[in-house]
Design a protein around this ligand. Sequence first.
Ligand code: SAM
Length: 312
Amino acid sequence: MPRPREAVRPFLKWAGGKRQLLPQLRRFYPSGFGTYFEPFVGSGAVFFDLFNRALLRDRDVVLMDGNADLVGCFLTVRDHVDPVIRHLEKLAAERTADPHAHYYVVREQRFNPQRQRLGARNGGGIPRLYTPALAAMLIYLNRTGFNGLFRLNAGGLFNVPIGRYTNPQICDASNLRRVAAALSASRARIEQADFASVLGEARRGDFLYFDPPYAPLSGTALFTSYTSGGFDDGQQVRLQETVIELAARGCHVVLSNSTAPIIERLYDSNEPARKVGLRAYRIPARRAINSNGACRGAVLEYLVTNVPERAD
Ligand SMILES: C[S@@+](CC[C@H](N)C(=O)[O-])C[C@H]1O[C@@H](n2cnc3c(N)ncnc32)[C@H](O)[C@@H]1O
């Protein structure tokens, strides 16, 4: 598979980002497909990987996420990358005098009030209203905040504390320009939507990669609340029904999730899933979102797919 010299990298750190899992996921990229859908796009690690490998050439691409700010940021980077870079460079320069104070000034006095002016509490319509200043602040808070988390409090305000970084890279202008070019070149449709909306348009032969918030292995082990609604067992069941319906339609589906008992029940020892050709693979992966550093390390995850494993 050809790769351009300058690969595009995700421009956000995102809880559950899939960069480390790419070698495992690549074994299940279908050899041919129609439209590519990524309904839980997050930082877009798989989208950018497919793009870097020229596997999206001449295909339609649909990227979705339930997080309005994330989608707004993607659209703004695509359409206004130079103003985003200018704002980001200014933030990086301002920060040097007192990084701690600057983080909280940006969060409390600029980002949250500006989001609220967009009507950010209910999320609807925000992506199109996102400004270069907001996108730059989101990237800044993401790169300097605790573990790159995006979390809102009950009042809808971003409340992630500052992270412990000595020299975070805040503005990677050339990668941001490559991101903007990749989003434009792939003519990706990018929208805030619930994952199940793919049922309205995916057809036989299309490829869909699902990377939902993982089912927690224990009550508090994992961060799953990227959107105000959270992602509970009922959502995992709704997702399984969606994936089964798509596999029955003849779509190529790949899904990643934790090895929590509910996921095993929904996919590994599940007759309807088996009947439509879905197979569950347990694969080793590293997980980065865990406040207890001692708990980081090798764990198993599930890959569920109806795509045959590549021989190469
Ligand atoms: C595990 S992350 C995806 C990470 C991504 N694969 C990456 O490499 O960065 C899960 C994503 O699902 C989104 N999400 C949560 N509930 C959703 C829903 N009902 N429909 C669509 N997206 C949702 C979250 O906002 C989050 O970005």
